[in-house]
Design a binder for this molecule. Structure first.
Ligand SMILES: Nc1ncnc2c1ncn2[C@@H]1O[C@H](COP(=O)(O)OP(=O)(O)OP(=O)(O)O)[C@@H](O)[C@H]1O
Length: 258
């Protein structure tokens, strides 16, 4: 059960701020004037009925989509905010590659690559040398409990293992925010619990920020905050049970946040 707690007093500037987000598809108003601020270290679950605008909201927050109206600002701690909604396609792609991580229901891993190559790929696309990228990928796979599996291809991994590879890939470039869309939706309940723990430990467990779309109340209950969306609007925004994971030591290969 979700406790409907008020959000705690939040100090400092938000990491992500959305103001007046509006997105229309034909006659469908997918987002209808959404304001949302996300603080560093929060884990935010976005819930709502099918078609309520959850994915559209997450895609606007992460620069996958540009809203018709409104703005999204991203401010790394200690830096001035950048307005990602005015960025062109190429700048948004670079921002997503370098500053944001993504975990989707289907991990979107490339089946012809090994687990290690899949995790190393985003680093190599950002210009990190092959040897270093592979090394960092191997460390992340180890941190997510996949030691000894780095040479396996997707078909040689279970659903839960593949999803942990996807989590490693989303984290390897040390993103400011990890966005997850139903990251455990295709898994059985035990595996789902384990993958969610790995996701929380490796993000908020080390002070990073997680924004997750989910249909599952138990998943949302493990986040620090629950945002409910309906008809393209935020209809509730409250603190959850706030079980912040403490997997810091096990979830980061270097044992510390950047
Ligand atoms: N590319 C698109 N073209 C047309 N309509 C779209 C498009 N994407 C989303 N929509 C519509 O916008 C509304 C919000 O969609 P969105 O995918 O954000 O909802 P959701 O809450 O994530 O739904 P679900 O839980 O079913 O995934 C829906 O009515 C949907 O049909």
């Amino acid at each position: 059960m979700t406790a409907s707690l008020p959000l705690p007093h939040r100090q400092g500037p938000p990491l992500l701020s959305a103001l007046g987000l509006t997105k229309t598809y034909g006659t469908t108003r997918a987002l209808d004037g959404v304001d949302l601020s996300i603080m560093p270290g929060e884990s935010v679950a976005i819930m709502g009925p099918s078609g309520s605008g959850k994915t559209t909201l997450m895609h606007c927050l992460s620069g996958i989509l540009v809203p018709d109206d409104g703005s999204v600002q991203l401010a790394a701690p200690g830096t001035s905010p950048v307005e990602i909604t005015v960025y062109g396609e190429e700048e948004r792609a670079r921002l997503r590659r370098e500053k944001l991580g993504f975990v989707f229901q289907e991990g979107l891993l490339l089946p012809e690559l090994t687990a290690q190559e899949n995790v190393a790929l985003p680093l190599m696309l950002s210009g990190v040398g092959r040897a270093e990228a592979q090394d960092r990928a191997r460390q992340w796979l180890g941190a997510l409990g996949l030691d000894g599996m780095h040479e396996r291809r997707l078909g040689e991994l279970s659903g839960g293992q593949a999803q942990r590879v996807a989590i490693a890939r989303a984290q390897v470039a040390e993103p400011l925010v990890v966005f997850a869309d139903e990251p455990t939706g295709a898994l059985d309940s035990t595996t789902s619990e384990q993958v969610l723990t790995a996701l929380l430990d490796s993000t908020t467990g080390r002070g990073r920020t997680l924004v997750m779309v989910t249909h599952d109340q138990a998943t949302a209950d493990r986040c620090s905050r629950l945002v409910r969306v309906q008809d393209g609007r935020i209809v509730a925004d409250s603190a959850c049970g706030s079980r912040r994971s403490d997997g810091y030591a096990t979830a980061h290969p270097a044992g510390g946040a950047r």
